[in-house]
Design a protein around this ligand. Structure first.
Ligand SMILES: Cc1cc2nc3c(=O)[nH]c(=O)nc-3n(C[C@H](O)[C@H](O)[C@H](O)COP(=O)(O)O)c2cc1C
Length: 246
């Protein structure tokens, strides 16, 4: 599966099969986590089965089955670190999807005290990402949760006003953002033309979790644009600009 197939295929998995994930797959995730930590100044950590991965308590109202592995999202609390956490954690999520694994970014519906790892000085716990094999059948409850959340998805023109007449690479970028995850599917990131390129802004910040959504949206935009022939990179933070490579 290539990365754009992973963008289309990824969903928030809320039903996990009890089998432990093959260690070789976890090694690949761990390498991706290490790269992201280094590039982003983050401290994401993979908690494997032998390290107590099955001890993570997810809210029964949202999840079923017990994943045996999870990623702890430790990072500094500042705006740019949360943006980078979104960006690099989503790389891990898309790789997991390519490996046939289910994941879900979970910032709220879990018991924080079940995370036994402690953050380094200056870092805090932003959430967890359970990792496991998706169950063969998704129960009605979890299907209903996702359908209810996805009903709120925004239209491309709500994310980028000029969508209809935009170049194909911009439209592909926006389409990839819509396919991506965001907290309560709020899709808070808006894209705007500026003199320097396309900026990703956050018109409304309520809890601050939107900054993680921002980094996720930036990665998805970048991947969609690249797939349509335009490579580029983002500057960090709200208002960060996507600069196509010449
Ligand atoms: C930063 C962030 C936090 C999230 N927190 C939770 C959570 O606490 N509980 C949950 O069930 N889903 C959580 N989600 C998953 C979203 O609800 C989900 O991405 C959104 O509804 C879109 O659905 P999809 O990911 O299946 O496409 C979170 C997603 C993100 C990006």
């Amino acid at each position: 599966m290539d990365i754009m197939q992973a963008v289309s295929k990824r969903i928030s998995c809320r039903t996990f099969d009890p089998h432990d994930v093959e260690p070789g797959l976890l090694d690949q995730l761990e390498a991706c986590i290490a790269k992201g930590n280094e590039a982003g100044g983050l401290d994401m950590r993979l908690v494997r089965p032998q390290d107590g991965g099955a001890g993570l308590k997810l809210a029964g109202a949202m999840f079923s089955g017990q994943p045996s592995t999870y990623v702890v999202a430790f990072a500094p609390a500042d705006e740019q670190s949360r943006d980078r956490l979104g960006y690099y954690s989503e790389k891990v999520i898309l790789l997991a999807t390519q490996l046939g694994l289910g994941t879900c970014w979970v910032a709220g519906t879990y018991d924080k005290s079940s995370v036994t790892a402690q953050p380094k000085a200056g870092h805090e716990l932003h959430g967890v990402i359970p990792v496991g094999y998706p169950a063969a059948k998704t129960p009605l409850k979890q299907r209903t949760v996702r359908a209810a959340l996805r009903k709120r998805s925004k239209k491309p023109t709500e994310l980028y006003e000029g969508y209809e007449t935009a170049p194909a690479w911009v439209r592909a970028g926006i389409d990839a953002v819509i396919a991506g995850p965001s907290a309560i599917n709020g899709m808070p990131v808006v894209f705007e033309d500026t003199a320097d390129g396309i900026a990703a802004t956050l018109p409304k910040v309520k809890s601050g979790i939107e900054l993680i959504d921002l980094g996720i949206a930036k990665l998805h935009f970048e991947l969609g644009a690249k797939d349509a022939g335009t490579e580029g990179s983002w500057s960090w933070g709200a208002g960060g600009v996507f600069t196509p490579r010449q």
